[in-house]
Design a protein around this ligand. Structure first.
Ligand code: AMP
Length: 157
């Protein structure tokens, strides 16, 4: 069995009480088997990216986990579905989106899972919270490239 690894999970919500949804997701990540939340970024309010509707609330969590990457993805999808049960109507936009951003230094190119997450470097809502808790994972040039995207840190609870 592999030693526990460090993984980063991107969290986003833009429906209902998005702040509560993101905080709840961070708590749920900490209750996954063989997993602990080592760090969680501030919550950020961000402009919708390739999407309509209200602003998003985003954060990034650093997990230490003994789960394999595909097992972790399955758990993330289960947490998304739990949040989805609170959908106000059928086919309503998702209340919660969880992305596996990084899993150790692994490169995974599978049918269900690509790591590092292929679009993470284009998104201020990933790079800014990630740089807060893991500055070594983000370069100044990458941050500069997304500096036109609106993002503001929310005050701590
Ligand atoms: P989305 O609707 O953007 O949340 O994408 C979900 C789909 O992306 C699922 O079918 C996943 O299997 C797939 N996927 C591929 N790579 C990743 C990743 N690194 N994190 C989350 N979902 C992923």
């Amino acid at each position: 069995m592999r030693e526990p690894v460090i993984a980063y999970v991107g969290i986003g919500a833009n429906l209902g009480d998005a702040v509560a949804t993101v905080r709840g997701a961070i708590e749920r990540l900490g209750s996954l088997p063989q997993s602990h939340v080592m760090k969680a970024s501030s919550l950020y309010r961000t402009a919708p990216h390739d999407a309509q509707g209200p602003d998003f609330v985003n954060a990034v969590a650093q997990l230490q986990t003994g789960l394999e990457a595909d097992e972790l993805l399955a758990h993330l999808q289960e947490i998304e579905q739990e949040a989805g049960r609170e959908r106000p109507y059928r086919n309503a936009p998702r209340t919660l989106d969880l992305d596996l951003l990084l899993y150790a230094a692994d490169r995974i190119d599978g049918a269900k899972l690509t790591v590092p997450h292929p679009r993470m470097r284009e998104r201020a809502f990933v790079l800014v919270p990630l740089s807060e808790i893991a500055p070594q994972e983000v370069t100044a040039a990458q941050l500069a490239a997304v500096s036109g995207q609106r993002i503001e840190a929310l005050p701590p609870a």
